[in-house]
Write a new protein. Sequence first.
Length: 405
Amino acid sequence: MRILFTVIVSALYFSLTAQNFISIEGTVNDGNDKTPLAYSHIIIKDSGIGTVANEDGQFVFKVPLTRQNDSIKVSAIGYETRSFLISGIEDNTNLQVKLNQQSKVLDEVLVTPIDPAILIQELVANIPKNYGISPIRLTGFYRETVKINDEFYSYLEGVIGAYKTGYNEEGSKSDQVKVIKGRRREGKIIQDSTRRPPTINSGPITINSYDLIKRRRNFVNAKKSKFYTYELTDITTYGGRDIYIVDFKAKKDSKKALAYGKMYIDMESKALLRADYQLNALGIDLVNKKNINNGKGSNFIVTAKSLQAVVDYDLSKGYWGINQLRVKMGFDYYIKSLTTTDYMELNIHLITTKKERGNVTAFSKDEAFRSKRAFANNLGEDDPDFWENYNILKQDERLKEAFSK
């Protein structure tokens, strides 16, 4: 028997099945202009269980039946957080929940001047306290799409597990990833073998390589902060907390600063909850020198042109942890046999759907993913049962349309 409820965040429905979860589907909208709030967070309060809305603000969330007496929170930076009891949804079949903007004025909040450079030093010093010193086990969802000259070429997606040592350790050499299940799809242009693009190694290990806090990346590094200028530009809110917005860029004539962008820092704990950045010319040059190998026998000459990334952290059970990662990379690749140059865009979106701390262990050697292993051999079908009770990132409309046939 199937019972449907219509609920929140623009048009949600609940389906109670014989399985051990309740499925919620909906869209998160701005309460004023009704535009979708892309990449907003949907979590069960204080549980470490959640999901993320896609580019269209749409999401699917599988809530364990054991959590029916808990609350779900819908959050986005700069907006009021909305909470509601899962058990009360049946009584609100046409409930429309939208998020209203909640702005702060910098001058009204700051009583004494804040030195952004000192703020970065405090951020780094507080990492063990804010992110935890015990290992953490994550379950997440990974999606990777490739476009050639703005046409979808392929995508792969899958459920992954991640093991991370405590954040008192700098670096991710001991961190691991495993693939639980996945599938791959290909677009029509893959049939033209003469234009098949070069392979770019990325994969689910990006959850470790782009964990800025664990790796103390360039602009989140106490020793390297001297190569940057930091400016406190605004204050916003997230989940009822006040957040500093700090712009950063390379100092003039700096040869060590590789990126520019914004950091969102929790005012109370000094934890980084978001970094939105892109590589500058120096950073792109470094990618081309260290990460791209145009071998002698290759039919391609590949050149990195751009890299943009957004890394989000969220607060759960007293500790901040990585919540989602979005990366967009652009490459030119010259095809020697055709004497033409095509443009390839690689997009990665990774979300964390479950965080576990305490008595967690590392993966075995056979379980741990290596970059040379195939991520997904199963092409799969668009069958929701394929994902079982795992939470996933809902496909946006453009991706769905591109591979609908």
